[in-house]
Every structure is written in C-alpha cells, then in structure tokens.
Design a binder for this molecule. Structure first.
Ligand code: HGY
Ligand code: MN
Ligand code: MN
Length: 413
C-alpha cells in the first residue's frame, strides 16, 4: 500500500471538525488567536492524537510544537511538514490548521501503510503565524529560522499590553509538552507546507493542486499620531490637534498612492485605534496598522518611501511616526521540492498548476534553512480570513496524498 492509498479522507475531515470546536464561532469559523486558551486546547488535542499513535511530541522555547515519526536513521536530518493552528479573530477552520492536520495525516498514512523512511518525518505547528494578536506574524517559524531574536519576541505585547512571554508560559502550562532547551531551531533536511490557497485561482481554473513556486514580499508598519485631547464643543478647528483628522488625511493619501493600474500592490489598513474614544473629546491619539505586499521588493521599497513622505507631509499639526514592524522579502521555493510536488500530483492523476502565493506562510522563513515548497488546495470562492472559509473533504485529502508522497520521497533520498 502506498502512503497516498493510506490517506483517509473521513479521518482528515473529522479532525478538522474536532479542531473547529476549539475557538469555534457561531458563524462556523474560529477565533483561536495565538497563545490563547483556545490555542492551548488545539495543542492538547494534537498531542493527544499523537500519543494515541505513539508519536513523540516536543516543543521549543517559542512554543513551536513538533510530532515525530522516527526514521531508520535517527541521526539523519528530519523532513518537516506543518503550518499553524492560531487563527484570525474571525478566521476560518482551514487556514493553517489544514497544513498541520495534513502533515499529521501523512504521518498516520506512512504508519498505516507500514512504510519505513530513512529520515525522521515531523509534523509541526508553528507558534503565532497570523500575527493578529502579537506582532510580528510567522513568529515561531522566524525564530526557528534565526530571523527574529527569541528574547525580543518575549518582550512583544498584544493590543491589551499582555507580554508574549507571559502568554507563552500560560499556554505551555495549559498544554504541557517536553520543551527542548536552548535557542529554537535545528538542522532540517527539507520542509513542505500544505495550505488552502486563500485565493480563487485553483477553483476558477478547475485545478485540484497548486504547485507553489514563490511567496510575494510583505511589509507591515504601525503609524502613530499624537494629537491633543480637547473639548469637542469649545475648541475651534484652528486650535485643534485632532489625531484622527490627521490619520484620515494620511490614510486617504496612502490609498491614493498605492492604487496601481494593474492591481498588483496590496495595501491594507486593518486595525485603527483612536483614543480616548469619547464622542465629545477631540482624539489625542490615533494608531493604525499597514500591511503592504508585492512580488517585487523594489516596488515595496519605493512605496515605503512614499508612505514615509505622506506621514511627514500630512500629519501637521500633529507629530506622527511610521515604524516598520516586518519586512519579509519575496521567497522563491526550491526547484527540487517544486518538481516533486508537480510529479506526485501528476502520478496521482490530480489536475495541478504552478502558481505563486499571495498570502504569507511559515514556509517563507523555513525556506532560508532548507529546500522548501508548498502544496495548495482550493478554497470556496477563494475566501479566507473570514468565518465562511470553506473547502471540500476530497480536495483536502488530495493535498494530503500529494504531501505524503512528497515527504516519503524526501525522507528516503
Ligand atoms: O497574512 C497572511 O498572509 C497569512 O494568512 N497570515
Ligand atoms: Mn495561514
Ligand atoms: Mn492566515
């Protein structure tokens, strides 16, 4: 029996349903933000399934959670596969979770098929990929890859001022796993991540498998505007330092400046905070986030200069600053892994197409460590970061079949 033959569509689908209960929302989505009690529950659920299959589990000091299927050569560099279990506040049940469960399904399929591999194969759930509670996102994989410093990440705070270090300690207490000491990260042979596409191309082009070739570059910023609180009834406009009025001027200019004719640049202001938030007090402070993406790093750099110029030109009379929080250059995946994904999709008789990723993934950091690639499956109408995100059991299983075949090939080379 091949690994692909041993993939069980119903088992994989049921695991998604089980996980979707952890942080499930009334609209059928999930709110399982990083290092929340819901995140801890998902970690415990994965560890419980691993234990039943006698797969060892361990965590590293940023909380990345690993499930291990041993290989014949314990000293050989492991092959890794996974994604993230944390979600957006109004997230879907497949974003990230599919990659973790497809990796776990691959371990089970190898086990059920009695297939021994030379290398260990590990499933991994990376900590805080979404970056919606704690910035920066893709944190666990970036610390693992040595891109971000562990101690600096420990000092990050969420929007309510909670320290990441404290939230992580609480999570690892609620979801205990043997923790490997030392700086996160160890040598890896290769990494493959399965994920829903989070866009409409596979569905539109009626393809089951996306052979992912690259991920576009992404940068995140925080704009802070300091005004002056004043009485809404007595303060003339000429005397005001209205932080929100400045924010709207800056935002309007930024939207105009990032409207490109071919609609390739992605510019999003996702979170705005105005304080003190009273209807009859002129806002003394405004803070908003920027998420900007493009396949070409030079375009991102040019637009970054434009954003900085807009803040300088439009903020008066309020002092304002723009700070870059993340800068992840475009990622090109490894030709060998890309070729394996394409060949295995073809030999399984699955329609497939090469495509870049518009969304960011943990693979963008792990690609700095080892040969890396991704497998996409369709999601309904390309909708994601939305509670109505949906996929089909057959497509999820198809992706897992390609994944297990690719992992077996990598683990035996
Ligand atoms: O933002 C992203 O691209 C990812 O879905 N977290
Ligand atoms: Mn994701
Ligand atoms: Mn996401």
């Amino acid at each position: 029996m091949s690994g692909a033959d041993a993939v069980k569509e119903d088992r994989l689908w049921q695991r998604h349903a089980d996980m979707a209960k952890l942080g499930g929302t009334p609209r059928g989505g999930v709110n399982r933000q990083a290092l929340s009690p819901e995140d801890a529950a998902a970690r415990n659920q994965l560890a419980e399934w691993a234990q039943k299959r006698r797969f060892a589990t361990f965590a590293d000091r940023i909380g990345n959670l690993f499930v291990v299927r041993s290989g014949k050569d314990a000293g050989a560099l492991p092959v890794l596969s996974g994604s993230h279990m944390d979600s957006q506040p109004t997230g879907g049940r497949f974003d990230g979770m599919y990659g973790v469960l497809a990796a776990f399904e691959a371990l089970e399929a190898l086990e059920d098929a009695g297939i021994e591999t030379k290398r260990p194969v590990m499933a991994v759930a990376w900590t805080n990929e979404e970056g919606s509670r704690f910035q920066p996102g893709a944190m666990g994989s970036a610390v693992f890859a040595g891109v971000y410093n562990l101690d600096e990440m420990f000092c990050q705070k969420d929007w309510k001022g909670v320290l990441l270090k404290d939230a992580l300690a609480e999570t690892l207490t609620a979801a205990p796993a043997p923790v490997r000491d030392g700086a996160p990260g160890f040598p890896v042979d290769s990494y493959v991540e399965a994920h829903i596409e989070q866009g409409p191309r596979l569905e539109t082009e009626r393809k089951t498998i996306g052979v992912v070739t690259a991920i576009q570059g992404s940068r995140r910023y925080i704009v802070t505007i300091d005004g002056e609180e004043a009485h809404a009834g007595t303060t003339p406009r000429a005397a005001r330092k209205d932080a929100y009025a400045a924010a709207t001027r800056i935002a309007a200019a930024m939207y105009a400046a990032t409207t490109d004719p071919d609609d390739t640049l992605r510019f999003t202001i996702g979170r705005v905070e105005v304080s003190p938030g009273s209807p009859n007090t002129v806002p003394g402070k405004a803070v908003f986030t920027i998420d900007m993406r493009h396949p070409d790093n030079a375009v991102l750099a040019a637009h970054e200069a434009t954003l900085e110029a807009i803040v300088a030109a439009k903020a008066a009379p309020c002092p304002a600053r723009i700070e870059r929080v993340t800068n992840v250059p475009p990622t090109d995946f490894d030709p060998t892994v890309i070729g394996l994904v394409r060949d295995k999709a073809r030999s399984l008789g699955l329609s497939h197409m090469d495509m870049p990723s518009g969304a960011g993934h943990d693979a963008m950091h792990i690609a700095k460590l080892c040969p890396t690639g991704m497998i996409f499956v369709p999601c309904e109408r390309g909708i994601s970061h939305n509670e109505i995100e949906n996929a089909t059991p057959a497509d999820l299983a198809a992706g897992a079949k390609v994944l297990v075949e690719v992992l077996e090939a990598l683990a035996n080379r």
